[in-house]
Design a protein around this ligand. Structure first.
Ligand code: DWN
Length: 417
């Protein structure tokens, strides 16, 4: 029986993707031995948390050669600058504020806080990425955050006015320990906010490639509120974000504490957050995200996308056209391995991350080449594996498309653009 990682209740499988390699397990030698695990998504009818049935040890995923660098997308660079500006605004009347960011990656957000000499601490377990953050002037602790680390931080640096994170909370299996740590580290009148891929968008778009080893949980407002209340915290606001294929930002406070005027956002002062919160929780209930019924047709939609995509790619290939993958994303590992899309269909994947170039994609071993190769080849078709950055990429590839280059996209339906 599969037990919920949050509340221990029995969970129900939504979809089983079968054997899967690590999403960021890009390899230098296609003949080298790869680690595989069973990728299955499950739902808990008690606390409504959507989660992986089997998880991978964090040390296997986040280590000294972690391959994902946040600043490879200009849109994300501006997005994190906006987060820093929101934090600075919230803190402007606070004396000696202290901010902690979980999963600070290369310092894409905290560098703006460090620049203003505001007391901060970035927590980043992947040592190579932590080094990049340090080079950006960020104070970094290269550890996995949990209850004990929270106690150590309080001892050395005191409690925090703001704790934040982006695309990190859903990566941590022992999230109960993280929330116990939050309760220890957060000031009585402090605020926690974090943003993660949103299960509402995943179900709506059938964007199943968001499911992979690093994403242990797939949050909704309903499941986050249940999780928060288990730890003396409460969900007080939700702000939808377009980034990363549809994300939700959750704002959480201590039930006993009240967020002071100085830490409140304008929306909060005008009481707008209550309206937004209620709107999204109602939308989640309308989509039945608190019942297994809300997930029953997900598998059929996923299988239809895979079938339609393979048919389109094979037809294009039979006509003698070249197809190149655009963006060696972690998420594309699930798509390529589940749909069995390999080098027979995709010549190579173009990527702008230096450490990925020259390597091979996990499982299907499609070669990864630099963006320069894409510019040189101008392939007839590009499979948009970094679909969550479509706006930025389409803006960048205006010429490619003008000259007849065609992108293939697949959520919510397979199409050429
Ligand atoms: O949650 C996570 C998200 C935030 O980032 C992590 N677990 C892992 C990672 O997921 P991902 O690899 O799917 O993220 P991205 O941002 O969708 O990856 C984009 C990839 O595409 C990068 O390798 C960079 C590349 N890229 C490119 O070659 N040209 C990206 C853009 C925007 C481009 O123009």
């Amino acid at each position: 029986m599969n037990k919920c990682k949050i509340c221990g209740q029995a969970t129900t499988i939504i979809i089983n993707f079968g054997k899967m390699p690590l999403a960021n397990g890009f390899i230098s030698n296609p003949n080298s031995k790869e680690f595989f695990y069973n990728l299955s998504l499950a739902f808990c009818p008690m606390c409504f948390m959507v989660q992986l049935k089997k998880t991978v040890k964090p040390e296997k995923m986040f280590h000294k050669e972690y391959q994902f660098i946040s600043s490879t997308s200009q849109i994300m660079v501006s997005h994190f600058k906006e987060i820093a500006e929101e934090i600075i605004n919230r803190l402007k009347n606070k004396k000696n504020p202290f901010i902690v960011e979980l999963g600070c990656n290369d310092g894409i957000m905290l560098k703006h806080i460090a620049f203003r000499k505001i007391n901060h601490l970035g927590i980043e377990p992947s040592q190579n990425v932590a080094q990049l953050a340090k080079r950006n002037g960020v104070q970094v602790l290269s550890k996995f955050f949990n209850e004990q680390v929270a106690k150590d931080i309080v001892e050395k640096k005191g409690t925090a006015d703001i704790i934040c994170g982006a695309n990190v909370f859903c990566h941590i299996e022992d999230i109960n320990s993280v929330f116990r740590g939050i309760n220890i580290l957060l000031k009585q009148d402090g605020i926690l906010f974090f943003e993660e891929p949103y299960i509402y968008d995943i179900i709506k778009k059938s964007s199943f490639d968001q499911v992979y080893d690093e994403h242990v949980y797939y949050f909704s407002g309903l499941s986050i509120n249940n999780l928060a209340r288990r730890h003396g915290l409460q969900l007080v606001d939700m702000k939808h974000q377009e980034v990363h294929g549809g994300s939700m930002r959750y704002y959480i406070q201590k039930i006993a504490g009240t967020c002071p005027q100085s830490l409140r956002s304008k929306r909060c002062r005008r009481g707008k957050q209550k309206i937004e919160l209620k709107k999204w929780l109602n939308k989640e209930k309308q989509m039945k995200l608190d019942k297994i019924e809300g997930y029953l047709d997900f598998k059929n939609k996923v299988n239809k996308i895979c079938k339609d995509l393979k048919t389109l790619l094979s037809t294009i290939k039979q006509k003698g056209y070249r197809i190149v993958g655009y963006g060696a994303t972690s998420k594309s590992t699930t798509l390529l391995n589940y749909a069995k899309i390999g080098r027979d269909l995709i010549d190579y994947i173009s990527d702008n991350t230096p450490t990925k170039i020259g390597k091979f994609s996990p499982g299907m071993h499609i070669p990864i080449k630099s963006y320069k190769q894409f510019i040189k080849d101008q392939p007839a078709y590009a499979l948009l594996l970094a679909w969550n950055h479509k706006k930025e990429i389409f803006a960048k590839e205006g010429n490619y498309r003008k000259k007849g280059g065609t992108f293939i996209t697949y959520f919510p339906k397979v199409k050429t653009e």
